[in-house]
Design a protein. Structure first.
Ligand code: SAT
Ligand code: MN
Length: 594
């Protein structure tokens, strides 16, 4: 695309300045066309970043293998550089913004030598939606450009709407300059990584990684960390939530949102195939929701993204047939295994693994190998429009009306299958009380319990204590019709370590109960921690769930809950004077009820 006068002056100046700082060889303004995408894919094939998959089995699809040290979000290197450490709060890494800018400027200096600087204008949310926001990402990674074309609405369609001050600058470099005689590698990156957010000036600078949320800056960096700050200032919420439409056999539809930490099954729940006859689930989004109360007080949500960046391992025709069908063509796979006939494979895709594969590192693999064929955080990237159960309203500019909010985590003990909050304040408290076992979505140990309030621990762009207050205040908005709030846990286990609940399609039974609670056609029964389904109201027809298992699923173990409340009270101390007083009241009330 030609740089012409329709491009805002500020954008032109920024791109020009970055090109000089980074010493980029050329500047490419992305138009977002298919032709451009195809030509970038060809270039990625030439550079061995992309392996084209067999077009007869997986048309127009590619496998990328990352550098083995660049496979997940790097939370230790992620910073919120607000003016003061207090504004970033106790859950974020903080560094002085001026010092950090100086450091980053040094790192970006000449970082694109020998490379093309791509300019990606993009919209988070349907273009023209009052909820949508624009960004412009500069990157030196064509893999990122291709991924951003799937994950966002990008190119000319966004550029046309930009003014001098309606977009968030998102600066990205893999930090791997091609100085003379250095041959490019398939996955350039740098051992030194910085994922940095400047909330006051609404800027993102990301250096050193080409992977996922570190590099596709529209996603966690913009749509959660920076957007959460915008949301606080503008009176809405940016959340780590899926959005689904649930239709009952009579044809009545209700939308729900659910927050779970990364790699805890959001994509599976978003595309769920209900086991209950006559029920239908449709997907609005699988990872991020921007929500607000409209003039009538109705809570509404948009999915700011346009694609899915989903965890591959465990995805199968049995666990998530709609994801598998979404991936039939036009998909990018990263760090999965390659079959001998040029298709992809990952653990859990089929019951029996193929006899031979090339693993995610490009090495021979057989079922006898004692390593995983696919990296545990391997991902697929695919357009949402390809999902067979994409909701007809997923592009709706005003967003879909929300009837219920679900929170959850991965907990093998203590937390019942579903609990209903007593009211909004208690529900916000439940959201803040999420804790979950860590997954491969971030670098570091897997399976360790950590508090992850609202599943936003790595994604809140300001003091999490103030974020709690913002949630509480949202519920005090005039005329706000407050949806019911739930805490769910699909992962509770028995003494032998077996899951009590079958999960996947059977989770539709819990959604049905929540749906019917919104309709006021079933009752909840009070326990010290909230409402649980009154006996007979959770549809377990045909499940062959024995009576003991059902009791265990909903058991409120008082001793364990006293411990839980103590651990929570202890955790909340972290927020000091930023902790809303309402939370201490909720802890007191919980203790009294116990
Ligand atoms: O790498 S991402 O942040 O995009 C995925 C996730 O951790 O949720
Ligand atoms: Mn996520």
């Amino acid at each position: 695309m030609q740089v012409n006068n329709s491009i805002p002056k500020k954008l032109k100046t920024w791109v020009h300045d970055v090109a000089i700082l980074t010493n980029a060889e050329t500047v490419h303004w992305c138009d977002g066309s298919e032709k451009e995408y195809d030509s970038l894919c060809q270039q990625l094939i030439k550079n061995k970043t992309f392996i084209p998959l067999n077009p007869t089995v997986r048309p127009h699809s590619f496998l990328a293998r990352s550098n083995p040290d660049d496979v997940a979000r790097v939370e230790d290197s992620t910073y919120i550089c607000s003016q003061t450490a207090e504004e970033a709060g106790p859950t974020n890494n903080w560094s002085d913004p001026t010092e950090m800018k100086t450091k980053l400027t040094m790192l970006f200096h000449n970082s694109m030598t020998g490379r093309t600087l791509y300019v990606i204008p993009f919209s988070m949310g349907p273009i023209g939606s009052p909820m949508a926001k624009f960004g412009v990402q500069i990157t030196d990674s064509p893999y990122v450009v291709c991924s951003m074309r799937i994950m966002t609405r990008m190119g000319n369609q966004a550029l046309e709407h930009l003014t001098d001050d309606n977009w968030i600058p998102c600066l990205h470099s893999v930090g791997s300059p091609l100085v003379e005689h250095i041959k490019d590698v398939p996955w350039p990156c740098n051992p030194e990584k910085y994922i940095v957010h400047f909330p006051e000036t609404r800027e993102i600078w990301s250096y050193g990684s080409g992977y996922g949320g570190n590099a596709l800056l529209g996603k966690k960096c913009f749509a959660l960390r920076i957007a959460s700050v915008m949301a606080r200032d503008e009176g809405w919420l940016a959340e780590h939530m899926l959005i689904v439409g649930v239709t009952n056999p009579e044809g009545k539809k209700r939308y729900m949102m659910a927050a779970f930490p990364s790699a805890c099954g959001k994509t599976n729940l978003a595309m769920l195939t209900p086991s209950l006859p006559g029920w239908k689930i449709e997907t609005v989004g699988d990872d991020i929701a921007w929500i607000h109360f409209d003039k009538e007080g109705q809570l509404r949500a948009i999915n700011p993204e346009a694609g899915f960046f989903g965890v591959a391992p465990g995805t199968s025709l049995a666990s998530n047939p709609n994801a598998i069908k979404s991936l039939e063509k036009n998909a990018i796979f990263t760090n999965v295994a390659l079959t001998d006939d040029g298709d992809v494979w990952w653990e859990g895709m089929t019951k029996k693994p193929p006899d031979h594969l090339m693993d995610w590192l490009g090495k021979d693999w057989t079922p006898q190998s004692n390593s995983k064929a696919a990296q545990p955080n391997s991902r697929f990237t695919v357009s949402a429009a390809q999902c067979p159960v994409i909701d007809p309203q997923w592009n709706s500019p005003e967003g879909v009306p929300i009837s219920a909010i679900l929170f959850g985590g991965r907990r093998s003990t203590v937390i019942p299958l579903v609990t209903e909050a007593f009211d909004w304040q208690h529900g916000v408290f439940l959201g803040a009380s999420i804790s979950s076992e860590t997954t491969a979505a971030a670098t570091g140990a897997v399976g360790q319990m950590r508090h992850d309030p609202f599943a936003m621990l790595p994604f809140c762009g300001y003091n999490m204590g103030d974020y709690f207050s913002h949630w509480l205040n949202m519920g005090k908005k005039k005329h706000a019709k407050l949806p019911k709030i739930y805490y769910v846990n699909w992962f509770r286990k028995n003494k032998n370590g077996e899951y009590l609940w079958p999960g996947f399609g059977e989770n539709s039974r819990v959604l049905k109960w929540i749906f019917e609670r919104a309709e006021n056609t079933v009752e909840a029964q009070e326990t010290p921690i909230g409402g649980v389904p009154k006996p007979g109201t959770l549809d377990i027809s045909g499940l062959h769930l024995d009576a003991d298992t059902l009791v265990e699923l909903f058991n409120v173990d008082k001793k364990a809950w006293i411990q839980e409340s103590e651990s929570l009270a202890n955790y909340f101390k972290l927020f000091g004077k930023h902790l809303p007083k309402a939370f201490n009241d909720e802890i007191d009330k919980l203790r009294k009820r116990l």
